[in-house]
Design a protein around this ligand. Structure first.
Ligand SMILES: Cc1cc2nc3c(=O)[nH]c(=O)nc-3n(C[C@H](O)[C@H](O)[C@H](O)COP(=O)(O)O)c2cc1C
Length: 231
Protein backbone atom coordinates (compact mmCIF):
# COMPACT_ATOMS: atom_id res chain seq x y z
CA UNK A 1 0.00 0.00 0.00
CA UNK A 2 1.50 3.36 -0.96
CA UNK A 3 1.19 6.49 1.16
CA UNK A 4 -1.77 7.90 -0.82
CA UNK A 5 -3.67 4.63 -0.41
CA UNK A 6 -2.93 4.50 3.33
CA UNK A 7 -4.14 8.08 3.80
CA UNK A 8 -7.33 7.35 1.85
CA UNK A 9 -7.95 4.02 3.55
CA UNK A 10 -7.52 5.30 7.12
CA UNK A 11 -10.83 5.90 8.86
CA UNK A 12 -11.80 6.33 12.48
CA UNK A 13 -13.16 2.90 13.34
CA UNK A 14 -15.37 2.65 16.39
CA UNK A 15 -16.06 -1.09 16.53
CA UNK A 16 -13.48 -3.86 16.36
CA UNK A 17 -13.54 -7.64 16.05
CA UNK A 18 -12.21 -9.68 18.94
CA UNK A 19 -9.24 -10.87 16.86
CA UNK A 20 -5.87 -9.91 18.34
CA UNK A 21 -3.37 -7.62 16.62
CA UNK A 22 0.12 -9.15 16.29
CA UNK A 23 2.66 -7.39 18.52
CA UNK A 24 4.91 -6.75 15.54
CA UNK A 25 2.19 -4.60 13.93
CA UNK A 26 2.20 -2.24 16.92
CA UNK A 27 5.98 -2.34 17.23
CA UNK A 28 6.49 -1.40 13.58
CA UNK A 29 3.96 1.41 13.86
CA UNK A 30 5.72 2.75 16.97
CA UNK A 31 8.99 2.70 15.05
CA UNK A 32 7.30 4.83 12.38
CA UNK A 33 5.75 7.14 15.01
CA UNK A 34 9.14 8.22 16.35
CA UNK A 35 10.28 9.13 12.82
CA UNK A 36 7.78 12.01 12.76
CA UNK A 37 9.17 15.51 12.38
CA UNK A 38 9.40 17.15 15.79
CA UNK A 39 10.43 20.45 17.27
CA UNK A 40 14.24 20.79 17.24
CA UNK A 41 14.42 16.98 17.29
CA UNK A 42 13.92 17.14 21.06
CA UNK A 43 11.48 14.19 20.86
CA UNK A 44 9.41 15.35 23.81
CA UNK A 45 6.92 12.52 23.48
CA UNK A 46 6.16 9.18 25.11
CA UNK A 47 4.04 6.29 23.94
CA UNK A 48 2.28 4.06 26.45
CA UNK A 49 1.16 0.76 25.01
CA UNK A 50 -1.32 -0.26 27.68
CA UNK A 51 -1.21 -4.03 28.05
CA UNK A 52 -2.05 -5.05 31.61
CA UNK A 53 -5.77 -5.95 31.90
CA UNK A 54 -6.27 -3.75 35.00
CA UNK A 55 -4.69 -0.68 33.40
CA UNK A 56 -6.55 -1.31 30.16
CA UNK A 57 -9.89 -1.59 31.96
CA UNK A 58 -9.16 1.64 33.86
CA UNK A 59 -8.16 3.38 30.62
CA UNK A 60 -11.36 2.29 28.85
CA UNK A 61 -13.32 3.74 31.76
CA UNK A 62 -11.31 6.98 31.58
CA UNK A 63 -12.28 7.11 27.87
CA UNK A 64 -15.92 7.12 29.01
CA UNK A 65 -16.22 3.49 27.84
CA UNK A 66 -16.70 4.73 24.29
CA UNK A 67 -17.02 1.87 21.82
CA UNK A 68 -13.68 2.41 20.06
CA UNK A 69 -11.84 2.08 23.37
CA UNK A 70 -14.05 -0.71 24.72
CA UNK A 71 -13.74 -2.98 21.68
CA UNK A 72 -10.11 -2.20 20.71
CA UNK A 73 -7.60 -5.04 20.73
CA UNK A 74 -4.85 -2.61 21.73
CA UNK A 75 -4.69 0.89 23.18
CA UNK A 76 -1.73 3.21 22.77
CA UNK A 77 -1.56 6.56 24.55
CA UNK A 78 0.47 9.35 22.96
CA UNK A 79 1.82 11.79 25.53
CA UNK A 80 3.48 15.16 25.10
CA UNK A 81 6.26 15.41 27.67
CA UNK A 82 7.48 19.02 27.68
CA UNK A 83 10.32 18.43 30.15
CA UNK A 84 11.75 15.47 28.26
CA UNK A 85 14.10 17.67 26.21
CA UNK A 86 16.37 16.90 29.18
CA UNK A 87 16.26 13.19 28.31
CA UNK A 88 17.15 13.90 24.66
CA UNK A 89 19.75 16.60 25.20
CA UNK A 90 22.81 14.38 25.95
CA UNK A 91 21.99 12.11 22.99
CA UNK A 92 21.55 15.10 20.69
CA UNK A 93 24.79 16.72 21.80
CA UNK A 94 26.68 13.43 21.23
CA UNK A 95 25.00 13.08 17.86
CA UNK A 96 25.72 16.62 16.57
CA UNK A 97 29.32 16.26 17.71
CA UNK A 98 29.67 12.85 16.03
CA UNK A 99 28.43 14.19 12.69
CA UNK A 100 30.71 17.23 13.08
CA UNK A 101 27.79 19.63 12.83
CA UNK A 102 28.60 23.37 12.71
CA UNK A 103 29.50 24.97 16.05
CA UNK A 104 26.23 26.93 15.95
CA UNK A 105 24.24 23.66 15.96
CA UNK A 106 26.23 22.30 18.91
CA UNK A 107 25.65 25.57 20.78
CA UNK A 108 21.98 25.38 19.89
CA UNK A 109 21.63 22.07 21.71
CA UNK A 110 23.95 23.00 24.57
CA UNK A 111 22.66 26.50 25.34
CA UNK A 112 19.63 27.60 23.33
CA UNK A 113 17.42 24.56 23.89
CA UNK A 114 17.67 24.79 27.70
CA UNK A 115 16.98 28.53 27.49
CA UNK A 116 13.99 27.99 25.20
CA UNK A 117 12.41 25.06 27.03
CA UNK A 118 12.57 26.34 30.62
CA UNK A 119 9.63 28.23 32.09
CA UNK A 120 10.73 28.46 35.75
CA UNK A 121 8.75 28.49 38.98
CA UNK A 122 5.29 30.03 38.34
CA UNK A 123 6.41 30.76 34.77
CA UNK A 124 8.82 33.45 36.00
CA UNK A 125 11.42 32.63 33.32
CA UNK A 126 8.65 32.33 30.72
CA UNK A 127 7.15 35.75 31.42
CA UNK A 128 10.59 37.38 31.55
CA UNK A 129 11.33 35.92 28.10
CA UNK A 130 7.91 37.06 26.88
CA UNK A 131 8.48 40.67 28.00
CA UNK A 132 11.98 40.75 26.45
CA UNK A 133 10.79 39.30 23.14
CA UNK A 134 7.69 41.51 22.99
CA UNK A 135 9.82 44.64 23.44
CA UNK A 136 12.42 43.45 20.91
CA UNK A 137 9.56 42.53 18.55
CA UNK A 138 8.49 46.18 18.33
CA UNK A 139 11.59 46.82 16.22
CA UNK A 140 12.27 43.60 14.27
CA UNK A 141 10.90 40.11 13.63
CA UNK A 142 11.58 37.89 16.65
CA UNK A 143 10.59 34.38 17.70
CA UNK A 144 7.56 35.03 19.94
CA UNK A 145 8.01 31.88 21.94
CA UNK A 146 7.83 29.31 23.33
CA UNK A 147 7.98 31.09 26.69
CA UNK A 148 5.53 29.86 29.29
CA UNK A 149 4.72 26.33 30.39
CA UNK A 150 1.64 26.38 28.19
CA UNK A 151 3.69 27.42 25.12
CA UNK A 152 6.17 24.61 25.71
CA UNK A 153 3.38 22.10 26.21
CA UNK A 154 1.89 23.32 22.92
CA UNK A 155 5.18 22.75 21.08
CA UNK A 156 5.33 19.20 22.47
CA UNK A 157 1.68 18.55 21.62
CA UNK A 158 2.26 19.52 17.97
CA UNK A 159 5.14 17.05 17.66
CA UNK A 160 3.27 14.28 19.49
CA UNK A 161 0.22 14.75 17.23
CA UNK A 162 2.42 14.27 14.17
CA UNK A 163 3.78 11.07 15.71
CA UNK A 164 0.20 9.92 16.33
CA UNK A 165 -0.60 10.40 12.64
CA UNK A 166 2.49 8.44 11.59
CA UNK A 167 1.39 5.69 13.95
CA UNK A 168 -2.14 5.39 12.58
CA UNK A 169 -0.97 5.46 8.96
CA UNK A 170 1.57 2.73 9.71
CA UNK A 171 -1.17 0.62 11.33
CA UNK A 172 -3.43 1.22 8.30
CA UNK A 173 -0.65 0.23 5.90
CA UNK A 174 -0.42 -3.10 7.76
CA UNK A 175 -4.14 -3.79 7.26
CA UNK A 176 -5.48 -2.89 10.69
CA UNK A 177 -7.75 -0.07 11.82
CA UNK A 178 -7.46 2.73 14.35
CA UNK A 179 -9.39 5.47 16.08
CA UNK A 180 -7.72 8.51 17.58
CA UNK A 181 -9.53 9.65 20.69
CA UNK A 182 -9.41 12.83 22.71
CA UNK A 183 -12.62 11.90 24.47
CA UNK A 184 -11.05 11.00 27.83
CA UNK A 185 -10.64 12.34 31.34
CA UNK A 186 -7.06 13.57 31.13
CA UNK A 187 -6.57 13.73 34.89
CA UNK A 188 -7.57 10.06 35.24
CA UNK A 189 -5.47 8.93 32.26
CA UNK A 190 -2.46 10.69 33.80
CA UNK A 191 -3.07 8.92 37.10
CA UNK A 192 -3.37 5.50 35.42
CA UNK A 193 -0.07 6.01 33.62
CA UNK A 194 1.71 7.77 36.50
CA UNK A 195 2.45 10.85 34.39
CA UNK A 196 3.82 14.12 35.70
CA UNK A 197 1.78 17.26 36.23
CA UNK A 198 3.27 18.96 33.18
CA UNK A 199 2.71 16.05 30.78
CA UNK A 200 -0.24 16.30 28.37
CA UNK A 201 -2.22 13.35 27.07
CA UNK A 202 -2.52 14.05 23.35
CA UNK A 203 -4.39 11.03 22.08
CA UNK A 204 -5.55 7.60 23.09
CA UNK A 205 -5.38 5.42 19.97
CA UNK A 206 -7.52 2.32 19.55
CA UNK A 207 -6.17 -0.42 17.29
CA UNK A 208 -7.90 -3.52 16.00
CA UNK A 209 -9.50 -5.30 13.11
CA UNK A 210 -12.56 -3.43 11.85
CA UNK A 211 -15.88 -5.05 12.75
CA UNK A 212 -19.10 -4.65 10.78
CA UNK A 213 -20.51 -1.14 10.96
CA UNK A 214 -17.19 0.17 12.25
CA UNK A 215 -17.92 3.61 10.80
CA UNK A 216 -21.01 5.79 10.64
CA UNK A 217 -20.79 5.95 6.83
CA UNK A 218 -18.48 7.00 4.01
CA UNK A 219 -15.77 9.52 4.79
CA UNK A 220 -16.98 13.10 4.53
CA UNK A 221 -15.21 16.45 4.30
CA UNK A 222 -16.59 19.91 3.59
CA UNK A 223 -15.64 21.24 0.09
CA UNK A 224 -11.89 21.66 -0.15
CA UNK A 225 -12.18 25.19 -1.56
CA UNK A 226 -13.70 26.27 1.77
CA UNK A 227 -10.49 25.43 3.59
CA UNK A 228 -7.70 25.91 1.03
CA UNK A 229 -6.80 29.57 0.54
CA UNK A 230 -4.45 30.61 -2.25
CA UNK A 231 -3.09 33.90 -0.99
C1 LIG B 1 -7.85 15.02 17.97
C2 LIG B 1 -8.89 14.01 17.63
C3 LIG B 1 -9.74 13.55 18.61
C4 LIG B 1 -10.72 12.59 18.33
N1 LIG B 1 -11.48 12.08 19.34
C5 LIG B 1 -12.35 11.08 19.07
C6 LIG B 1 -13.04 10.43 20.11
O1 LIG B 1 -12.86 10.69 21.28
N2 LIG B 1 -13.91 9.46 19.79
C7 LIG B 1 -14.15 9.08 18.50
O2 LIG B 1 -14.97 8.18 18.28
N3 LIG B 1 -13.49 9.67 17.48
C8 LIG B 1 -12.58 10.65 17.74
N4 LIG B 1 -11.86 11.21 16.73
C9 LIG B 1 -12.09 10.81 15.35
C10 LIG B 1 -12.80 11.90 14.57
O3 LIG B 1 -14.14 11.99 14.98
C11 LIG B 1 -12.66 11.57 13.09
O4 LIG B 1 -11.30 11.67 12.72
C12 LIG B 1 -13.48 12.51 12.21
O5 LIG B 1 -14.86 12.33 12.45
C13 LIG B 1 -13.24 12.22 10.72
O6 LIG B 1 -13.50 10.87 10.40
P1 LIG B 1 -12.39 9.93 9.76
O7 LIG B 1 -11.24 9.85 10.73
O8 LIG B 1 -13.04 8.58 9.59
O9 LIG B 1 -11.95 10.51 8.47
C14 LIG B 1 -10.87 12.13 17.00
C15 LIG B 1 -9.97 12.58 16.02
C16 LIG B 1 -8.99 13.48 16.34
C17 LIG B 1 -8.00 13.90 15.28
Amino acid sequence: MDLFEAIQKRRSIRRYKETPVPETVIERALEMAVLAPNSSNTQTWDFYWVRTPEKKAALVKACFSQSAARTAAELVVVVASPTQWRRSQPYLIDWVRSVRAPKSVILYYEKLIPAMYRWGFLNCIGYTKWIGLTVAGLFRPVPRGPNTRRDIQEVSIKSAALAAENFVLAITAQGYATCMMEGFDEWRVKRILGLSRTDRVVMVIAVGEEAERGTWGPQYRIPIEKVVHRV
